[in-house]
Design a protein around this ligand. Structure first.
Ligand code: ADE
Length: 242
């Protein structure tokens, strides 16, 4: 799979070459290209923005510059992702959907965003997803791209050392719709706090049951909205007692 990022801050995307992703690039499982939007500007000053029609604060990124950038770097067959706080929420399901693409191209907006006609015109040629990583406003799309690329890349075959991790994770398919249970490792006692004894019991059924109980409790405490959204038929007697 190929990831391309178009940005006015190419250095911001350097972390994509570290850690899990860096290893996956070395292993040939994915490739990452970062392009400087200013290469497509028309003037000496490499201008990429202008004042908004209708007035108001801030600047808007120019459609003609973005048009050239996408002509150059978002070929037919690619999928365009535009990070924006005004987008559809980026969730694990969306990450799984994007993981099926051959080539994802991320268009990073800054300032007040990109002239809307860029998305409108690109949508006539390519699948386009305007996506938000949360209900807060970042200074630009770059940090959101780091989040989305990592979430998508770890779902690609071979990227994770242990593919079960993607299954048991919060929002993975382990206990659908629930947050992940808490984890423990040695020592068995840390600053007076013991590991929950069931985890040392060797009783796998009891461990599974305990983990599901903890997932339910954690989800109820941190994300009551997820409990409300659960399919009641996915709950058993003991779940209801938690
Ligand atoms: N750009 C600015 N804020 C953003 C957000 N919350 N999600 C995606 N892109 C953004």
């Amino acid at each position: 799979m190929k990831f391309s990022v178009v940005t006015i801050f190419p250095e911001y995307l350097e972390p994509l070459r570290q850690s899990l992703l860096g290893r996956a690039i070395e292993d040939g499982l994915l490739s990452v290209e970062v392009h400087d939007l200013r290469e497509q500007a028309f003037d000496r000053h490499r201008t990429v923005d202008d004042s908004p029609y209708g007035g108001g604060a801030g600047m808007v990124m120019k459609p003609d510059v973005w048009g050239r950038a996408l002509d150059a770097w978002a070929p037919p067959g690619s999928t365009l992702v535009v990070p924006t706080p005004a987008g559809r929420p980026f969730t694990q399901d969306v990450a799984a959907e994007l993981a099926g693409a051959e080539h994802l191209v991320f268009a990073c907006g800054r300032y007040e965003g990109i002239d809307q006609r860029v998305v409108q015109e690109a949508s006539t040629r390519l699948p386009v997803h305007e996506l938000s990583i949360g209900d807060y406003v970042l200074a630009g799309g770059e940090a959101a791209v780091l989040v989305m690329v990592e979430a998508v890349a770890r779902l690609l075959p071979g990227v994770l050392g242990n593919p079960m991790s993607a299954v048991t994770d919060s929002f993975g398919t382990g206990s659908p719709g629930l947050l992940e249970y808490p984890s423990y490792t040695r020592p068995a006692e840390y600053r007076g706090l013991p590991v929950p004894p069931v985890l040392l019991s060797g009783n796998h059924a009891a461990v599974d049951r305990w983990r599901r109980d903890e997932s339910l409790r954690r989800t109820a405490r941190h994300r009551p909205d997820l409990i409300a959204a659960l399919d009641p038929s996915s709950l058993d007697e003991r779940d209801r007692a938690v």
